[in-house]
Design a protein around this ligand. Structure first.
Ligand code: GLP
Length: 260
């Protein structure tokens, strides 16, 4: 794992945007996996700005989103479909036919999940998978106890996660019980994983994922087994890391060709 600690979430998001933008410029037909939540918002804002001001071209890309709530129509304001359209897809030149989002209303969830996996494979697999992390260590919606080799499937949200997102749904009762999410095996197949985490409330999950044992009880810890997992943090999210000084030293002493 490569741990990149920045003074604040704004600078961390700029580093993440540079990493993604470099990939897009080097590989105009890249395949991206995208997370939702508050954490990647500044990354997406940076990418939109780069599209407008620096000619960053999304026209050749293919994108897949990590997850979607079961039962929500795409136009629902809290759907992950709405989120990605509002914050990214509507503001860049990515062709609609290469945007893939799990269908939360599909009548046959297992078949839709198999189809999603097939579509990812047909596209050539992810060049980068953007990830956030839940307070309980989930990535995508792979809650604790998820199989470390799981594929896209239905998952039941934990009570803690449902509470976390309750405000966005106008109350706990409106939060769906189920989601469709890429599995940990799906995420691990990406050629690069880029996990972002900001704020004190993520410090414990980050410390467990980065420095704790690999365990299904902290799903993000599976990234320790990934050959190229970048973890981009602000100071608060890094505050529980025992080896933070070393990670900072590593970044400060990188050879020029390795810098972001
Ligand atoms: C969500 C998503 C994850 C996200 C995580 C953290 O609910 N399914 O993809 O990374 O929880 O969310 P946030 O960034 O809002 O803290």
């Amino acid at each position: 794992m490569e741990i990149i600690i920045q003074p604040d979430s704004q600078q961390a998001s700029q580093v993440a945007a540079r990493i993604v933008a470099r990939l897009i410029r080097e590989k105009p037909h890249a395949v991206l996996g995208l997370a939702t939540g508050n954490t990647p918002l500044q990354l997406y804002r940076n990418l939109v700005r780069m599209h407008r001001e620096e000619e960053l071209d999304f026209s050749g890309l293919t994108c897949f989103t990590l997850d979607e709530y079961v039962g929500l129509p795409p136009a629902h304001p809290s759907s992950l479909h709405s989120y990605l359209w509002a914050h990214l897809f509507s503001q860049i030149n990515l062709p609609k036919e290469r945007i893939n989002i799990p269908d939360g209303q599909t009548p046959d969830i297992p078949a839709a999940c198999r189809k999603y996996e097939q579509a990812i494979r047909s596209a050539g697999g992810f060049d980068v998978q953007v990830l956030g992390i839940g307070k309980n260590g989930h990535i995508g919606y792979n809650e604790p106890s998820s199989s470390l080799s799981s594929r896209t499937r239905i998952k039941t949200l934990t009570a803690e996660t449902r509470l976390e997102v309750a405000a966005a749904f106008g109350g706990l009762d409106a939060v769906p019980a189920h989601v469709i999410t890429m599995g940990l095996g799906t995420i691990m197949d990406a050629r690069m994983c880029l996990l972002l985490a900001f704020g004190q409330k993520k410090a414990k999950a980050v410390a467990q994922a980065v420095e704790g044992p690999v365990t299904a009880m902290v799903p993000a810890s599976v990234l320790q087994m990934h050959p190229r997992a970048l973890v981009v943090l602000d100071m608060d999210a890094a505050s529980g890391l025992d080896m933070a000084d070393y990670y900072i030293w590593v970044q400060d002493n990188k050879p020029d060709w390795q810098k972001y």
